[in-house]
Design a protein around this ligand. Structure first.
Ligand SMILES: Nc1ncnc2c1ncn2[C@@H]1O[C@H](COP(=O)(O)OP(=O)(O)OP(=O)(O)O)[C@@H](O)[C@H]1O
Ligand SMILES: [Zn+2]
Length: 598
């Protein structure tokens, strides 16, 4: 019996044929992408195009199972395709590209339009948003996936029906107030941040390093986390002394000077600011004497054991001293050293100084392994999560093909560490009316770039009935509005507008809703605008917080219970948001980028 026969029995003849005659795009051939490519090939998709800009690294091999050691430095897309060719039982046509998906000359809009479905297997929000917009321009469904460790999601975005990728708010990486990092740390992560971004960069980075935490200038009280003048003076003095200290980097006594300043004198100075310690446990400076140092220097490498072990204060001091010696030997003013989690000297310095500071501030110490994860912002990828998330993505695609009820029939899948259930599903959300991506009317314009903005404005006025009070922008650049009419006589080319740009038209009279045009180009001397129905701009409504809304502010989000599946999903917002899963809708507009006039 042939493999085709088996698949026909499982899928049914009709679905088998639909899949066999379809053409799909897979963006990303990393952790999820490798799994997904295997699934799509085994499901017998007719044509599968795979895009990945990257080459294979050693660190990919533990989970990107299509790659072997011999493939290191080879392109991911071609290598993945070669690997699945061994089990391409249904003769799918496989096409690789080693390019970034943004390359409009390789991937013009018409190319995207040739696919029946797009599978995202990406690792960054920017590329996901880009594909999301392409889907909105073309009215094409995207199956979006993401994983972080044991958490993950699959979400179909069906233009005009379901919420899009940008309908939901994504948190930006967490930052800490300067005073928490510099004077009152209370968690290991505060000490890691201090050791890596402040201490290491100040001592071994570039001389004029504009390390965020080195400078207190230009920061307001909320960023600083304090307006205590005494504390700010102390922090300023501390930084200046560090610059001074760096001058003796070549001296033999440098290690002692660093330890005595950082872990003794600076702490004694902080203790003098009594206000800081009224509600907090006081830090305790270390007692660094020549005798103590002599004992520390007796500690051997063997005694330190593996990176999983918790080191004592003395062991941390011994690691600090040897890392300082190694870094001193490597340092020269012209070749500053950058922190790299895979550079043992820089990592040892950060691990040891983190732990010594933690000891001083009564914070639990951490192993080298744990600090490496925090300092390198690493959440280990889990092959199993990638495998089942990819599996769900490919299975959901079967229900989406040729299905006018896809919105109703498709579930969103989530994996989380909720106590009662690891995997769960929910209905697709409706679009968020405030979404900066899908609340916009979209179309494709065909423009001869030698024409001027004046000609575009005339065409817009004529076609859509705007009066001239409009603002035109591309990305973050405003190219025209009533106060900025210097550009009107310039051509598109002069204004560096090119194929594939997204031109936004904002009605400054606040009547019409926003429009975004994908720019395709021609040389026929014309501007051809799409037929669009532009809805009026929604009137701003005074939002009154109901009791129910207030409940939403809790850390836990409860998803709708579904009669059929009896699914109750409870997820921590902060967790799912980091991989782009179910997030709060209300704040999507905060994702909107700031624009500047040019
Ligand atoms: N703009 C883009 N165009 C094409 N491919 C992209 C783009 N952005 C990201 N990718 C690809 O998406 C894939 C995501 O896979 P994954 O999350 O496993 O990341 P990785 O880089 O392989 O792993 P890690 O980051 O853990 O080393 C990567 O192979 C990456 O090269
Ligand atoms: Zn949206």
């Amino acid at each position: 019996m042939t493999k085709d026969h088996n698949l026909k029995v499982i899928l049914g003849e009709e679905k088998y044929n639909q899949i066999h005659n379809s053409k799909v795009l897979l963006v990303g051939a990393g952790g999820i992408g490798c799994e997904l490519l295997k699934d799509l090939v085994l499901l017998g998709f007719g044509e599968i195009h795979v895009v990945d800009l990257d080459t294979i690294d050693l660190s990919n091999l533990n989970r990107q199972f299509l790659f072997r050691h011999k493939d290191i430095k080879q392109p991911k897309s071609t290598t993945a395709i070669k690997a699945v060719s061994g089990f391409n039982f249904h003769n799918s046509k496989l096409v690789p590209y080693q390019n970034s998906i943004y390359e409009t000359d390789v991937f013009p809009l018409t190319w995207f339009d040739s696919f029946d479905l797009i599978f995202n297997a990406l690792d960054n929000a920017e590329a996901r948003s880009y594909i999301n917009k392409i889907g909105l321009f073309l009215n094409k469904t995207i199956l979006e996936t993401g994983t972080t460790g044991t958490k993950g999601y699959v979400q179909a975005t069906i233009p005009g029906q379901s919420a899009c990728y940008d309908c939901t708010f994504r948190e930006t990486p967490k930052t800490f107030p300067v005073c928490t990092i510099r004077s009152t740390p209370s968690q290991p992560v505060h000490c890691v941040h201090w050791a890596k971004n402040f201490l290491f960069s100040s001592l071994f980075g570039e001389d004029d390093d504009s390390v965020e935490d080195n400078s207190l200038e230009g920061k307001d009280a909320s960023e600083l986390g304090t307006d205590n003048q005494e504390e700010l003076q102390a922090l300023m003095k501390e930084s200046n002394e560090l610059i001074e200290l760096k001058r003796s980097i070549v001296d033999e006594s440098f290690e002692d000077k660093v330890i005595e300043k950082i872990f003794v004198k600076d702490i004694e100075n902080l203790l003098k600011i009594e206000e800081l310690w009224q509600q907090r446990t006081k830090p305790t400076p270390i007692n660094y004497t020549p005798e103590y140092k002599a004992e520390i220097l007796k500690i051997t490498k063997e005694q330190l054991g593996t990176g999983q072990k918790l080191w004592t204060l003395e062991q941390n001091l011994s690691v600090l001293i040897s890392s300082i010696r190694n870094l001193q030997a490597r340092y020269s003013a012209t070749t500053p050293i950058e922190f790299d989690k895979d550079d043992e000297d820089t990592l040892d310095f950060v691990v040891a100084s983190t732990n010594i500071r933690s000891h001083i501030f009564n914070i639990p110490l951490k192993s080298k392994f744990d600090i490496k994860s925090i300092a390198g912002n690493i959440i280990p990828a889990v092959a199993t999560t990638n495998a089942f998330i990819a599996g769900f993505s490919s299975l959901l695609s079967l229900g989406i093909f040729n299905n006018p009820d896809a919105f109703k029939d498709t579930r969103a899948i989530f994996a989380s560490e909720a106590k009662d259930r690891f995997l769960s599903s929910g209905e697709l959300d409706h679009p968020n009316p405030k979404c900066s991506a899908c609340s916009v009317t979209r179309g494709v314009a065909n423009i001869d770039l030698s024409l001027t903005f004046r000609q575009l404005i005339d065409a817009l006025v004529e076609k859509y009935g705007y009066d001239e009070e409009i603002a035109l922008s591309v990305g973050s650049k405003i190219l025209y509005d009533l106060d900025l009419d210097d550009n009107v006589e310039k051509s598109f080319t002069e204004l560096k507008v090119k194929y594939g740009d997204h031109l936004e038209i904002l009605d400054e009279t606040d009547v019409k809703g926003t429009v975004e045009l994908y720019i395709e180009t021609n040389t026929d001397g014309k501007i051809t605008l799409p037929e669009l129905v532009i809805p009026d701009k929604p009137k701003p409504v005074e939002e009154k917080k109901s009791e129910e809304d207030e409940d939403d502010d809790d850390d836990l989000e409860v998803f709708e219970e579904n009669d059929e599946d009896e699914l109750l999903i409870v997820e921590e917002k902060s967790i799912v948001s980091s991989v782009g899963g179910k997030r709060k809708l209300e704040d999507a507009e905060d994702n909107e980028p700031k624009k500047v006039k040019v």
